[in-house]
Ligand binder design. Structure first.
Ligand SMILES: [Zn+2]
Length: 259
């Protein structure tokens, strides 16, 4: 069995901890795991963080953050998209688990297939036709296209119209869209009433880099930052974030060198 579950090169060590980002924990939330093998009473559900992640098999949330049972309330869907089911689950967590919940995390990952599909349709709209009769897939891609458009607009503003001809344009647009999607989801969650009413909950974002096995979290002040970053506070801060992503070393090197 251990051979089946042993890490095969896609897992961390990742130096990112969620507890470190949860201000209410001061870096060390008390463990809520079961205390004894002999316990027969079902433990109360007490996660300290809710995580919206991608369904991608290479991004197992608990393993990346080295957390165990009853510590994370995890929702995983393709492209870590905020569909009705995810938002409903999140609402349950913020309403019913508020005693233990300190943080909401949106975790994207490099090379995300959902964002890659959205970028390819943005670059070649004719490819949308095969999706026309696949409502379930189309719904995911439709929701991500706005993020791709925003990232493409930032590229034009930052590098000029010729950026589309650069060899790494597609790869860079995919990665910029991935982090923009994660930050936008965190921003949207932060604006939700339960979080905006001063409950103390924070929404943060990050992108797990499959090759480096670290969590990248660019901000306007630190485009190369690692860890988890707080969601931009308002539309102006979000625009600054977008420019910072385009100027980041990771995105610039992709544009110049390609994937
Ligand atoms: Zn993905």
């Amino acid at each position: 069995m251990s051979g089946l579950i042993r890490a095969t090169g896609v897992l961390p060590p990742s130096s990112t901890t969620i507890k470190g980002a949860a201000s209410g924990c001061n870096g060390s939330c008390p463990s809520t795991r079961a205390t004894s093998v002999g316990d027969t009473k079902a433990p109360e559900q007490r996660p300290f963080a809710a995580v919206v992640g991608c369904a991608d098999a290479r991004v197992p949330v608990e393993l990346i953050f080295n957390e165990g049972p009853n510590e994370l309330f995890v929702m995983r869907v393709a492209g870590n998209a905020l569909g009705p089911d995810v938002l409903g689950s999140l609402k349950y967590a913020t309403d019913r688990l508020s005693d233990s919940l300190k943080l909401v995390v949106v975790l994207g990952h490099s090379g995300c297939g959902a964002l890659t599909a959205a970028v390819d349709i943005f670059l070649e709209p004719a490819d949308y036709l095969p999706l026309a009769t696949k409502h379930s897939l189309r719904t995911i891609v439709d929701g991500l296209l706005v993020v791709v458009q925003a990232a493409a607009k930032r590229f034009q503003e930052e590098f000029g119209p010729d950026v589309v001809a650069r060899p790494g344009y597609r790869a860079a647009l995919i990665e910029a869209s991935i982090v923009t999607n994660a930050a936008l989801a965190a921003y949207s969650i932060q604006q939700e009433s339960a979080l905006a009413r001063g409950t103390g909950l924070e929404a943060v974002y990050g992108v797990y880099l499959l090759d480096a096995r670290r969590v990248w979290a660019p901000t306007a002040g630190d485009p190369s930052g690692f860890g988890l970053a707080r969601a931009p506070r308002d539309p102006a801060a979000f625009a600054e974030f977008g420019h910072a992503v385009a100027r980041s070393e990771r995105i610039k090197s992709l544009i110049e060198r390609g994937p």
